[in-house]
Design a protein around this ligand. Structure first.
Ligand code: CA
Length: 229
């Protein structure tokens, strides 16, 4: 399950930038450009986090925040407010209205991403930790499903475990023995060549057509998942 983030922002260039960055980190993003539209939309669906601009047409961010805190469905919704520098003095009022955090424009995108992640980790720990993305591969530890370029990858439970393990440390080389321990357990009677067989199956299931094989064989050492592909 991808965490859902709603972005309420009327500056299109900014909302597009946020959408792009959030999606590349695995979030599902919905953009709304008016405060009143956001209020209606939030009656239909509640995201995992709300990025809310202060100055908006329709209903202002601050007023929307106040109203959301009065409804039981959204009283606990994590809200990060985006404000312009000139409005920074209004911070206190915003926090009193119930925003969880404030980010002043112009802000650094990586910093905002880090704050979003930290806030989601506090409010919904399982959602943030269950999702890994490396290169074109996405893996959800909760549902044991994986996707490459949006296509679902089908494989057996052993291949899943191998991939999950390799994805926890991209770029690192694991010996066959380490992979055996991690995937089959310490008390296994499995031959090291079994690892090669399952790596072969994993490669075939995650690589289609002209896609690059993300698993690197390191002669004499073992295997590694490339961190960029
Ligand atoms: Ca605005």
């Amino acid at each position: 399950m991808h965490p859902k983030v709603m972005v309420v922002e009327d500056e299109e260039a900014l909302s597009e930038l946020l959408k792009y960055n959030l999606e590349s980190e695995g979030y599902e993003v919905e953009i709304v450009d008016r405060g009143d539209d956001a209020e209606l939309r939030l009656r239909e669906t509640v995201p995992d986090l709300l990025l809310l601009d202060w100055m908006l047409p329709g209903v202002s961010g601050i007023e929307l925040c106040r109203r959301l805190r009065q409804r039981s469905e959204t009283e606990g919704l994590p809200i990060i407010m985006l404000t312009a520098r000139s409005e920074e003095a209004e911070r206190v009022r915003g926090l009193a209205t119930g925003a969880d955090d404030f980010v002043v424009k112009p802000f650094s995108v990586p910093e905002l991403m880090a704050r979003i992640k930290a806030m989601l980790r506090r409010s919904n720990p399982s959602k943030v930790s269950s999702y890994i993305k490396i290169g074109e591969l996405e893996l959800d530890k909760e549902t044991h499903r994986a996707h490459r370029n949006g296509r679902e990858v089908r494989f057996g439970p052993t291949e899943y475990k191998l991939l999950e393990f390799l994805m926890t440390a991209p770029g690192r080389v694991f010996s066959r023995e380490q992979l055996l321990d991690a995937v089959w357990g310490h008390n296994n009677y499995v031959d090291e060549r079994t690892v090669d067989v399952h790596i072969g199956r994993l490669r075939r299931s995650i690589t289609r057509g002209k896609e690059k094989d993300p698993i690197r064989t390191v002669r004499g050492s073992g295997y590694s998942l490339n961190d960029k592909f």
